[in-house]
Design a protein around this ligand. Structure first.
Ligand code: PNW
Length: 479
């Protein structure tokens, strides 16, 4: 898609989308203002503050609901040409269903979009970044197949009200993490239905995504002329040793993580990866069940899901080693995979236990996606590093510099069709169950000041230089 000539003297082409990302519950606050309904994060953080490491919540967060104009200026100062944000379903439909449409909620996003466009920044809009309306949780959340219809009704309103100005839509953010809420105690609704809840929720999420893709195709695309896709997250799995077993385990790990969602949507054949079908069917039988814990798509569903994304949205942070072996409860996704995951003690860490710095995994992952799913455009919709929030964030700069160099190699040397990148995150925010104890922002937010004062960290300079030169600054002192 890009001319190779343009590419030789810079790391990224001129028209590359460079932006930053955020999510409604993590930044907006104003949890009950202007007619917004309650979502699962409001509900569970209020019901039991102990679920959050610092007993905090997103009631105020960065107060971006009131400070969005200032936030657009933060983006502009860096030089970003794109902003990925998400819409709070409960702000638009306070009851979750379309019996009540909240015009004030629509106005907030409409104003934000206008402000971005007036400043030359392209909105990249996620419809669902984990904040499910609480009334829909009461009927089983994503384990209930009717959620696909509710999601379609919500999406229709977004297309009608905002679709004339939004050219990049993302249906779901990281369904892989959403389903953890049904199979573990990592996220609301903390269902803890291991090895069953995840597969049920995933099944609905995939169907919901495809419905919205076809809704856009059939009723809005001709007029609105945008792109619509889904964002999946994935680590890269390296084989722990060169043994045949570990090489196979690494592939299985990739299929159970990324393939679970990517295979039905992005592969030529469609449907779940065969290794998942085989292993979960077999384990289910051993457990004495008459039916597999992994639901089945109808042939019609397989076909409508296959190809239902205009681009490959990818969130990537870290990597793991995979080896053959059984771990996890019976039943669980971990047990089903038959893979054990470990880290290399030499990998530098971050403020988040799970996030180790492994830049080479990024390039391997992009090549893996190209090999498995072909050359559909990829947008890296998240990538980033956590610390404690200091202004002198050299470790964050080191992370971005090394990961972006790998990204550039994937584009230039491996011919991976990556067209954009949005850093996580524009500013420090509510890091889910870790509260405000882990910070991913390139702007610092003072959560003790009523004003939620924002200050640029050193990494803002890094991105300014990157965007100006299209070359990844290597030296921290160069910024
Ligand atoms: C993403 N993992 O989630 C989310 O989309 C963001 O909302 C979040 O703030 C950000 O990453 C940082 O955590 C992830 O365990 C959660 O590999 C967990 C993982 C990866 C991404």
């Amino acid at each position: 898609q890009f001319e190779t000539e343009k590419m030789t003297d810079t790391d990224f082409p001129k028209d590359f989308l460079f932006g930053a990302a955020s999510a409604s519950y993590q930044i907006e606050g104003a949890w009950n203002k202007d007619g917004k309904g309650e979502n699962i994060w409001d509900h569970y953080t209020h019901q039991n503050p102990n679920l959050i490491r610092d007993h905090s919540n997103g009631d105020i967060a960065c107060d971006s609901y009131h400070k969005y104009k200032e936030d657009v200026q933060l983006l502009k100062t860096v030089g970003f040409n794109a902003y990925r944000f998400s819409i709070s379903w409960s702000r638009i439909l306070p009851k979750g269903d379309d019996s009540l449409v909240n015009e004030k909620g629509i106005k907030y996003y409409s104003d934000l979009i206008d402000e971005l466009l007036a400043n030359g920044i392209q909105p990249m809009v996620t419809m669902y970044h984990w904040d499910l309306p609480e009334p829909l949780d009461k009927i089983g959340g994503w384990t209930n197949p009717v959620l696909a219809d509710y999601f379609e009704a919500y999406a229709r309103i977004l297309f009608i009200k905002l679709g004339n100005r939004v050219k990049l839509w993302i249906t779901l953010n990281e369904p892989m993490e959403v389903v953890h809420g049904y199979g573990s105690v990592d996220y609301p609704p903390f269902l803890n239905y291991n090895g069953v809840g995840e597969y049920l929720a995933a099944h609905t999420l995939i169907r919901a995504h495809a419905k919205v893709y076809h809704l856009y195709n059939n009723e809005f695309r001709t007029e609105q002329k945008g792109l619509i896709g889904i964002t999946l997250n994935s680590d890269f799995s390296f084989p722990k040793t060169t043994s045949k077993d570990d090489i196979e385990a690494a592939q299985t790990a990739m299929q159970f993580f990324l393939g679970w969602f990517a295979h039905p949507i992005h592969s030529k054949e469609g449907d779940y990866p065969s290794v998942m079908r085989q292993r979960i069917d077999e384990n289910s039988k051993k457990e004495g069940r008459f039916k597999s814990r992994l639901p089945r798509f109808t042939q019609e569903e397989i076909e409508s899901i296959r190809g239902s994304s205009d681009f490959f949205g990818l969130n990537h942070y870290t990597s793991r080693y995979a080896s053959k072996g059984q771990s996890g409860k019976v039943p669980s996704v971990e047990y089903d995979s038959g893979v054990m995951k470990t880290i290399d003690p030499s990998w530098p860490g971050s403020a988040s236990e799970w996030l180790k710095v492994v830049p080479s995994g990024f390039r391997h992952l992009l090549k893996w996606i190209k090999k498995e799913y072909g050359d559909k455009p990829i947008i890296v919709t998240e990538n980033g590093f956590s610390d404690k929030g200091e202004l002198n964030d050299d470790d964050r700069i080191r992370y971005y510099s090394s990961y972006l160099q790998e990204l550039s190699k994937a584009i230039k040397d491996d011919k991976c069709n990556v067209i954009g990148y949005t850093a996580w995150s524009i500013m420090d925010n509510f890091e889910w169950c870790k509260g405000y104890t882990e910070r991913f922002g390139i702007y610092q937010v003072d959560f003790t000041s009523p004003d939620r004062t924002r200050k640029p960290k050193k990494s803002v300079k890094f991105f300014q230089k990157l965007i100006e030169t299209r070359i990844v600054p290597e030296e921290i002192n160069a910024v």
